[in-house]
Design a protein around this ligand. Structure first.
Ligand code: FAD
Length: 373
């Protein structure tokens, strides 16, 4: 008789885990929606940025917990996709996609060889430990994997994804949930430059330190900064605010990142010179700012409003406390209970790091489960 594994959530982490252990366990996936892998369809603008070849310690909120794993993630994912016969494509920035660049095609490939009992439209409400087994809504299993992900990008669910009671009944404490990978809202009114785009170096700072800095396209919204650089910095901002809530945070934009301050000062001597370099709207906006002229171009400062903007986010900072888990993502005090993917307090920056963790943590848990047989 094969042992029974209950997988709570049919997202990337749950389906991947099921695929990896299905030969050795009888797997049941519980999914509250009417089909599996619904969130995957929306990832990477429909292209699914599945991982990134540049995995580094700054890519995740907790480099210490992941330190043992970080050196192995890329190789593990290369092997995983190869084993699944999913051909990949890597762009010049190291971002990896399915070769089809289609989340829909990837979803079909992940589901095609799935051999698990799938219970759709089943929202799991109760998991109880009974001696060395678990009862999931009354049904008995030898092991349980919590793969309920997060409510990021899901407007119809509350911040806690509706799973707070389920987790607390299992004695799984969670850290505060904060949406990340999003437009950074700012205090300044940007109506005048709404929809304008510019390539800039964006630097996030607190009162004393530079926290992170990157160059890329910034898209101005009427009340915030959008675009990939802003998405990346939104994670660093929220991680910093959770850690140091009392500090003040700033964003500065260098609007001519290719040029030194000295050379920029030679090009822009008066406010009229702004017209020679920037679009009419941006030039007009800069003329209305009060800082010294060179600062308006090399260090244009905005004040971010953290813990804001839950709409259109792609990830959630926070979740099951990492102190509850060992490095196989098994709950320390509950053998054969695992928590993986976005439901735990690991989130990565924009660029494939969150799907990477969902796939990778599924592989780690599958290895741990197979070792237990
Ligand atoms: C718009 C968008 C774009 C994104 N793009 C990218 C990208 O390109 N690259 C990247 O790396 N990351 C991206 N992400 C993040 C990435 O999609 C997630 O980090 C990843 O899907 C998490 O996988 P998961 O399996 O842990 O959780 P989820 O994908 O959230 O899956 C959890 C599943 O569990 C189900 N569930 C929850 N509670 C219950 C319950 N009680 N009972 C039964 N079922 C339940 C949910 O319905 C869901 O299907 C994006 C996210 C969004 C929203």
């Amino acid at each position: 008789m094969k042992k029974r594994l209950a997988v709570i959530g049919g997202g990337v982490s749950g389906v991947t885990l099921a695929r990896l252990v299905q030969g050795s366990f009888n797997v049941t996936i519980f999914e509250r929606e009417s089909s599996l892998l619904q969130k995957l369809l929306r990832t990477g603008n429909g292209r699914a940025n599945i991982y990134n070849r540049n995995i580094h310690s700054f890519a995740y909120n907790d480099e210490h917990f992941l330190s043992e794993h970080l050196p192995h993630i890329v190789k593990t994912l290369d092997d995983l996709f190869s084993a699944f016969n999913i051909v990949t494509y890597t762009d010049t920035e190291g971002r990896v996609y399915p070769y089809s660049r289609s989340a829909k095609a990837l979803r079909a490939l992940l589901i095609k060889d799935l051999k698990a009992e799938v219970k759709l439209e089943h929202n799991v409400e109760e998991i109880v430990k009974v001696r060395d087994k678990y009862k999931v809504d009354g049904e008995e299993f030898d092991a349980v994997a919590l793969t309920m992900g997060s409510s990021a990008g899901l407007f119809k669910y509350p911040l806690d994804n509706g799973n707070a009671a389920l987790l607390s009944a299992l004695d799984l404490e969670t850290t505060a949930l904060v949406p990340t990978i999003k437009t950074i809202k700012v205090k300044e009114n940007l109506k005048r430059i709404e929809h304008e785009r510019i390539t800039a170096r964006v630097t996030l700072m607190d009162d004393e330190n530079v926290i992170a800095s990157d160059v890329g396209e910034v898209l101005f919204k009427k009340d915030g900064l959008s675009g990939i650089v802003s998405f990346i910095l939104s994670s660093y901002l929220e991680w910093a605010v959770v850690r140091y809530p009392k500090r003040n945070y700033y964003l500065t934009l260098d609007l001519m990142p290719e040029f030194s301050a000295r050379y920029t000062a030679e090009i822009i001597k008066t406010t009229d010179d702004l017209d020679n370099v920037f679009s009419p709207n941006i030039s007009h906006y800069l003329k209305g700012r009060n800082e010294p002229l060179l600062d308006r171009v090399k260090a244009l400062t905005f004040t971010p409003i953290p813990k804001n903007n839950p709409e259109n986010t792609s990830a959630m900072h926070g979740g099951i406390k990492l102190s509850k888990l060992n490095t196989d993502f098994e709950v320390r005090e509950s053998p054969n209970l695992f928590a993986l993917g976005e439901v735990i307090n690991i989130d990565g920056i924009c660029g494939g790091y969150n799907l990477a963790f969902a796939f990778y943590s599924a592989k780690v848990v599958s290895d741990a489960l197979l070792r237990k047989l």
